[in-house]
Write a protein that binds this ligand. Sequence first.
Ligand code: FEO
Length: 174
Amino acid sequence: MLTDRIQDAINRQINNELYSAHLYLSMSAYFEALDLNGFAHWMRLQFEEETAHAMKLFDYVNDRDGRVVLHAIDQPPIEFESPHSVMRSALEHERLITSMINDLYALAVAERDYPSHVLLEWFVSEQVEEEKALNEIVAHMDLIGNDGTGLLIMDQRLGDRTADADAEAGEGEA
Ligand code: FEO
């Protein structure tokens, strides 16, 4: 059984993950409009990953005999300054999500909720990977600057991204 505080906090995090999915799908649409199909593909997989994160929490609340409460999802930004600014915003967003996961982890420790603690360890590790991937992309885009050829090479590279096996394996398992 989940305490009310943990249940409310996880329900809020389900909403945060669904907003992340929404945000990345909007970014994917922006890239599609620019015909940067590799970037669009990368963001679409990111959307799928965030949906899997939300569902992992959704299943966990149900497994603990809790009650999932869904909240409204805010509208994400539609327009962006440049491909570079999109990836920088995505990195900033992941840093924000990391701080939310850390707060949730701290709450599970404070409430001595060990099953939640174990679940959240997965999310703590996942955030390290999320930030690492985006840090690298932003660093490469900093090097490219305004070079169009570099951007197209980057587009090709991001188009090679495959679904994260770990996120897929974790889907619905929590
Ligand atoms: Fe679910 Fe990208 O954090």
